[in-house]
Ligand binder design. Structure first.
Ligand SMILES: [Zn+2]
Length: 272
């Protein structure tokens, strides 16, 4: 069954982690300027390159932004909004949830929501966890903060309505998988032992193959990227290649998560 009324949904999402990609692993990394500069590439160069490509393809996307990045680099939010894209919630400091107390986790939701609402001019409607981890309290907080969608779980290739404490909610889950994320292929650093860089052609092959199967099965394709990674010249070619591949197929709907969620929810609730 098709998951939207407007064709096959291709959701391009960008987690603007920047320096928090490193400080979330270890707060002392803040004292390592070269490591931090790998994150700064996201707001200095990568974001602008990604936005220019999206503009060229007239594609609208969703940016999951940690509150602290919006606070320190307000121009990033301005550029994203100017391009017609969506700002969504990606915690405040990107600290890994498994290391937080329930109070600290709550603070991450609250502070992130305050900063992003102020900078974006609206309350973010979607939430993605830092580093793909939940605590036993996270689902409840997604509901408490009134999010319309979540993009976190790895258990499906189609959207579904989240069940929380045994109750089916109206929150649409937009699942993804590591193969649809740029970081496992490309994120390289001397502090990440065992990681090697992949050729962009290999990643494009993986993403085109994913597209072909998901499109044939009338599911959805959720791609998770990071401007500091995919925004590097050779890597941006992968995103360009995916967009060209998608455009060569009829009935592909590339848009922001909020708009696609609104459409999916009608079908999900009707089909229940
Ligand atoms: Zn992130």
């Amino acid at each position: 069954m098709a998951t939207t009324s407007r064709g096959f949904p291709l959701l391009l999402t960008f987690d603007l982690d920047c320096e928090t990609m490193w400080t979330a692993r270890d707060a002392s990394y803040a004292k390592r300027p070269i490591l931090m500069s790998q994150g700064a590439y996201g707001w200095k160069v990568g974001l602008q390159r990604v936005l220019a490509l999206l503009e060229r393809f007239q594609a609208r996307a969703t940016f999951f932004v940690p509150g602290i990045v919006a606070e320190r680099q307000p121009h990033t939010v301005e550029l994203i909004l100017k391009g017609g894209h969506e700002i969504a919630h990606h915690s405040y400091s990107h600290r890994w949830i498994v290391n937080l107390s329930p109070e600290e986790e709550h603070e991450e939701f609250q502070k992130g929501m305050e900063v992003l609402t102020r900078r974006a001019g609206y309350r973010p409607r979607g939430w993605r966890s830092p580093a793909a981890e939940f605590s036993e309290h996270t689902l409840g907080m997604i509901e408490e903060y009134g999010f319309d969608y979540s993009s976190n779980f790895f258990d499906d290739d189609s959207p579904y309505l989240l069940t929380i404490n045994g109750r089916r909610t109206r929150i649409v889950e937009l699942p993804f998988r590591w193969v649809l994320d740029d970081a496992p292929f490309f994120q390289y650093s001397i502090v990440l032992p065992g990681r090697t860089m992949q050729a962009p052609s290999a990643v494009l092959e993986a993403w085109k193959s994913e597209f072909d199967v998901l499109y044939a099965e009338e599911r959805m394709m959720m791609v998770g990227m990071h401007p500091e990674i995919i925004g590097q010249p050779s890597r941006l070619k992968v995103l360009e290649g995916l967009l060209l591949h998608a455009q060569s197929h009829p009935g592909v709907w590339i848009d922001r998560c909020d708009r696609i969620t609104d459409d999916m929810r009608i079908l999900l609730e009707a089909g229940a």
